[in-house]
Design a protein around this ligand. Sequence first.
Ligand SMILES: *Cc1c(COP(=O)(O)O)cnc(C)c1O
Length: 374
Amino acid sequence: MTEHEFRDPIPLNDLSRGWIATSPEVRAAIDRVLTSGQYVHGPEHTALESELAAFQNAEQVVAVASGTDALSLALLGVGCGPGSEVVTAANAGGYTSVAAARLGCGIAYADVDPTTLVMTAATVASAIGPSTNAVVITHLYGNVADAQGIVDLCRPRGIAVVEDCAQAFGAVTEHGRRVGNAGDAAALSFYPTKNLGAAGDGGAVVTSDQRIGESVRSLRQYGWAEKYVVEHERGMNSRLDEIQAAILRVGLRTLDDRTARRRSIVRRYTQALAGRSAKMVSGATPSSVAHLAVLRSGERDAIRDAMHAAGVSTGVHYPVPDHLQPGLPRAVRVTPLPETEHAVKEILTIPCFPEMTDLEVERVCDLLRRTARA
Ligand SMILES: *Cc1c(COP(=O)(O)O)cnc(C)c1O
């Protein structure tokens, strides 16, 4: 190890080293689209939708313009609209709250499990009320929540379940299926930093309910039944463009390999913290796809400062819970959120991306071993 290498900064993520930046197949895919003259809803888009459906083993995948649109469209698809009540977690970056608020839905929050930081059937049970219409489960940091347990709670009560798989796409649950198949619909995001990211924005709704699929398919394009005939209310323009679709098809083929690398990085961090009070949150569920490497520690600030002094970037996902965000509507019902509020002070995101070198991972492990107390 040279002196120079040791001092090189380590970013949280570096997309310039990623498959989009480096793959000749991506260049060829973009070129194919440019010469085709079809830039929206062409053959790449159709192929991506069916390849994603096969990957998910789901009936339908409807590609849309972003993960937030996918959440809004999935909520519309399960019948939510103005005045509906949506229950979700308050620690997941605000995306579901934004998506629900723009439909005019009321929002209530469920607390999370302190080890995995995702909702459980028990936390959802204490948060739902007689007028709850839908629950959105966020599989946070790549950790996979017990969606089936939450579905079993919600279905007899007539409550729809949407899974936010933006951070967990590709995870294989203990039922042997890809995450996102337990609820009525699931939302994916292809924002560039996601495990399957595009060179811009993108998203998708996954469902095996034909009625929901058809509704989302119409609503993403003005609510059209056919060209220029607006049949469904609250339609929007939320199309995924052809260049992004072509790029995503390339990335989908190697997603599982990149996920394996992310998981191995988080495993090494977990080993480095063995016997210490700091613990990895990512990887706390066996099927985690390690989207973000998040640790939890009472000495979070000291660990962060040591990382920064050594040139290692860190982040906090997320610093302000939804119920305390100034720009989000007040919750329609207040449930205490002690675990959510406690975790915010203790979480720290450390570097994790598939192209990290072993040397970089070892440097981060070394810092963890030196700064996290027993
Ligand atoms: C990124 C993300 C979203 C939103 O996706 P966009 O494509 O950025 O709109 C939603 N939920 C979660 C958990 C996310 O991480």
